[in-house]
Ligand binder design. Structure first.
Ligand SMILES: [Zn+2]
Ligand SMILES: [Zn+2]
Length: 197
């Protein structure tokens, strides 16, 4: 960002980052790695549970803050999913901000009730060893968390006809219009003048 001289910003494209010489200057991580470089994603991809049609792009600023190391920025990737309404495959773009906070394993105290006061907003601290932070696990977890439980190819997805199973996004099917159901359905038919189509 900008052209500050002196405390120059180094740029890395690694997923495991040595933080031992961060010392007051930010480190910028810009990288694009195939999903298989993330063990958790590789596992899901090889089990054919998920398919990643594009790499995971990271653009992060790494900062040392006292004992902690903060990685904040953005991640962009995509995952192929089945729409929960029409069952068609589609690519879900994942483009979101990322905020990871790492804590040296050595200084990670066993949480004692009265000592550590975690607020609801407080970000989970990720332990790291040997001054190296490993972005792979936390980033992969964020990718997984970004996948909705009921994915939709579009918010307007019309789904499948419950009678003939046709994908209604492709056009109307030839099933007769559905009759109204429910306790007042008969009344509605009467008010409509007798079951017009
Ligand atoms: Zn759909
Ligand atoms: Zn139909």
């Amino acid at each position: 960002m900008g052209d500050e001289s002196g405390a120059g910003m180094r740029i890395e494209n690694a997923l495991i980052i040595d933080t031992s010489n961060l010392a007051g200057r930010d480190l910028e991580v810009k990288c694009s790695w195939k999903a298989v470089r993330f063990p958790l994603l590789k596992e899901l991809a090889s089990g054919r549970q998920l398919f990643f049609p594009r790499p995971v792009e990271l653009s992060l600023a790494i900062k040392a803050e006292q004992d902690l190391v903060r990685a904040s920025g953005r991640m962009v990737t995509a995952v192929q999913l089945d729409c929960s309404r029409c069952l068609e495959k589609f690519d879900l773009l994942i483009d979101q901000s990322l905020e990871l906070v790492y804590q040296p394993a050595a200084s990670a105290v066993e949480p004692e009730e009265d000592e550590v006061e975690l607020t609801a907003e407080q970000i989970e601290l990720i332990a790291f060893e040997d001054s190296k932070i490993d972005l792979r696990q936390a980033v992969a977890e964020q990718v997984i968390l970004a996948i909705p439980i009921k994915p939709l190819c579009s918010p307007q997805c019309k789904g499948l006809c419950p009678h003939c199973g046709m994908n209604l996004n492709l056009g109307p099917c030839h099933c007769p219009a559905r009759r109204p159901t429910g306790p007042f359905a008969g009344l509605k038919v009467l008010l409509d003048g007798g079951g017009s189509d």
